[in-house]
Design a protein around this ligand. Structure first.
Ligand code: ACO
Length: 433
């Protein structure tokens, strides 16, 4: 997608010289000052720690309005997609920028079915991880290794992308479930043709030779919704990692593997696990909320309330709203009493009514309630961020694909402002103190 034409300009005065900088307007009226030629024309760079103000690319995939709490994939409201679509349909939407018709969806499903198995040689990889290995590091290693078993992408990345996308979307689910089964010493359960994407995952996780598992439609629906809500979120940390690796010419598998590693951090996708650990700690502390709230306010304490705050949202994260409702619903349907849900709700109320957090626009984000649903589905806490990765995968692939089709894209290579020592004379070893 070429950059939209400039409609106005900004004036920048540097050292007495005036420069005109084009202003580019996005399709939702967002305005961006085009500084692509800034260094060449002025010799200046811009300093923007954490890229708080910098648009790294143009994109047609996801729109977020952080002030109003709006999220859309390819123009469709997240609320509608979560209510009416399957995760597979949304994956197709992100990859093709259009909702599939029935035939296209059937074809997409059959590709997913075709690629669900994992090369048997790869299954031996699992034997060599320590029992307590982090599931996200296993996932990243396994995805990175796919290129050796399925190298088609290297020959013709764009032409084979659909096949590779389905292969990845299907296999990542098998890898995730297999790694869980291996970690608890149970026999692997292979994917089945007759189950849906989410049903298959639940079955691979929980079916046992001694106790066959029946996929409950409510659980399938809840998982489907969670995966849709996580499917893309424009240029977040992990997606930027995917694009960054891809921008060097790195293949899709290694780019996604980088995204998985970025997602694992507790400030990003790892927050869903951290939330549950925090709620458990509050529970163990006799619901002493204020201890944690005060720690989070203390400038000298690095502690943060996991599941609160977001770089873009200055109001309730729309995904959080849907997840909160789903959480209430699924716990009621499954008749699960989870004390962490009440603790989460109480903590939310305290935070929303506290002036310190209000001034910083801290609201629950997508990670705050998702873990409580995963617990109700029987998914262990250590697997929560893997679940996020399963959901985010179509978005990562779509962003990677978009970048490769963008003629204006350059290798990601930020500049820096050097603040180290000025040039100094080399000191031979014998003269060093
Ligand atoms: N708890 C307490 N204080 C917080 C929190 C929090 N969760 N989040 C932000 N703040 C405070 C900061 O201390 C800072 O206060 P100050 O202005 O007095 O210094 C202010 O709010 C702004 O915080 P920044 O770190 O500048 O905001 P940024 O946009 O860089 O960070 C982030 C966003 C990383 C999500 C942050 O809110 C955070 O750490 N949240 C907790 C982790 C979390 O839930 N991550 C998941 C995010 S959603 C996702 O990635 C899928």
């Amino acid at each position: 997608m070429p950059t939209p034409p400039s409609t106005a300009s900004a004036q920048l005065i540097l050292d007495g010289t005036s420069y005109e900088l084009p202003i580019i307007v996005g399709s939702e009226g967002e305005r961006s000052i085009d500084i692509r030629n800034l260094f060449n024309t002025t010799g200046y760079t811009v300093l923007d720690n954490g890229f708080k103000n910098s648009a790294a690319c143009t994109s047609t995939i996801t729109y977020v309005d952080g002030e109003r709490g709006v999220l859309r994939y390819c123009g469709y409201a997240i609320e509608d997609l979560a209510e009416h679509c399957s995760f597979v349909e949304v994956a197709y939407l992100l990859l093709h920028n259009k909702l599939p018709n029935q035939q296209e969806l059937d074809d997409f499903y059959s590709l997913l079915g075709e690629f669900a198995l994992l090369h048997e040689d790869m299954i031996h990889f699992f034997d060599h991880f320590p029992a307590a290995a982090a599931p996200m590091s296993i996932l990243s290693v396994m995805v990175n290794s796919l290129v050796n078993f399925y190298p088609e992408m290297s020959d013709n990345p764009r032409e084979n992308l659909d096949t590779t996308a389905c292969r990845l979307i299907s296999k990542i689910r098998t890898i995730a479930a297999f790694s869980y089964k291996m970690s608890i010493g149970e026999p692997l359960v292979y994917p089945r043709h007759d189950l849906s994407y989410c049903g298959n995952f639940l079955n691979m996780m929980f079916d046992r030779p001694v106790r066959p598992y029946t996929v409950q439609p409510e659980m399938e629906r809840a998982l489907n919704k969670l995966l849709i809500l996580h499917a893309d979120h424009e240029q977040n940390c992990s997606t930027s990692a995917v694009r960054l690796v891809g921008s060097s010419g790195g293949d899709l598998y290694s780019s996604i593997s980088a995204g998985i590693n970025a997602l694992a951090g507790p400030l990003h996708g790892g927050a869903n696990e951290a939330v549950i650990r925090m709620l458990e700690a509050i529970h163990a502390d006799n619901n002493d909320y204020m201890k944690y709230v005060n720690k989070a306010k203390d400038k000298n304490d690095p502690f943060r309330l996991s599941g609160f705050g977001h770089r873009i949202y200055r109001t309730y994260d729309p995904r959080g709203t849907i997840i909160r409702e789903t959480c209430d619903e699924i716990l009621r349907i499954l008749d699960v009493q989870d004390p962490l849900l009440e603790i989460a709700k109480d903590l939310e109320e305290i935070v929303l009514n506290d002036e310190h957090f209000a001034r910083r626009n801290l609201y629950p984000n997508v990670d705050f309630y998702s873990g409580i649903i995963y617990r109700a589905l029987g998914i262990p806490t250590t697997m929560f961020t893997v679940m996020f990765a399963l959901g985010r995968l179509p978005g990562w692939i779509a962003q990677w694909k978009e970048m490769h089709g963008d003629k204006e894209i350059k290798i990601y290579r930020p500049r820096q402002l050097y603040t180290g020592s000025p040039a100094r004379a080399f000191v031979p070893m014998e003269e060093r103190t």
